[in-house]
Design a protein around this ligand. Sequence first.
Ligand SMILES: [Ca+2]
Ligand SMILES: [Ca+2]
Ligand SMILES: [Ca+2]
Length: 329
Amino acid sequence: MVGSGTCWSNPACVPPGYELNPNAGRKLNAWHHTGQPVAGWPIPVTANAFASPALGQLDDDPALEVVVNLEDGWIHALKGNGTPVPGWPVKPFTPAAPDGVSTVSFPTPASPLIADLTGDGLNEVVLPSNFEIVVWDRNGQQLTRTTFPPPPEKWVLETFFTLNSAPAIGDVDGDGFLDLIAASGMNGNTGGLFAWSLAAPAATKQDWPEFRRNRLNEARLLTPRLTASTQQISALVELGSQQSTSLSLTDAAGGSLTWQAQSDQAWLQLTPPNGTTPATLQITFQAAELDAGAYQGTIQITSDGSPLTINVQMQVGSLNRIYLPLIVR
Ligand SMILES: [Ca+2]
Ligand SMILES: [Ca+2]
Ligand SMILES: [Ca+2]
């Protein structure tokens, strides 16, 4: 998902030899990995969108939402089909000195964060504006102050001067609670690195806690999904014996998923029957009491409603082994 500027729709800007495209300017685009546009996109917007967007959960459906801010200050939260999340778009408001009543609304070139700052399991959206960090709940309600003096329920996340970069969230002092970190600009010789303690425990799941999501700037958010190292297992087992192999179980998003495994055959034995990813499932083909022949079974592994089926084939018999020489240089 990217936002566009106005160059390709502006005759004064398009480089010589390139085609003017009047439809290219001021759009939010989303493509599938195949290069095809996602249904509902592109979306015309009111200004250039150059900041990197953020992905996260802002409502009750399992699909992710995207937050993108524009050069005119409007901040959009959009669902995957391009429709706005209820309560959005919004603009950031901060107090205007000196009367304490007026507000100002300054846009920012920074990228948004999507994270649970309060520890209630629901994400907030975070962006700098003016001298302050501004925070909204997922419904677009601004949690930070807009006036002097602030009402007691409003947060105050004020710095020395203009903030131009995305803040970051992590437990930097190791007290078990998340902290919000921001670098403010310079005013004369005064700049600063600010850290505020948050109410959310350090283990709180954070969808997009820093610029481009992590320190490697991967800018991707994977949906938790149980995956197995293979979905097809074949075994040759000597008559009257048993044999073992193992299966690796992981979460595609790198997290911890609880799982339960079940076999539909007595000869197909699983250890342990449940656990948490990452894990190794030991599979024993117990053929001690079985006749020679071909056997089939399945292993069902469930985790949060996404079952995996592993097909197993076993051949039991008197095995003739042929050992071939191998020369390695
Ligand atoms: Ca959602
Ligand atoms: Ca929250
Ligand atoms: Ca902390």
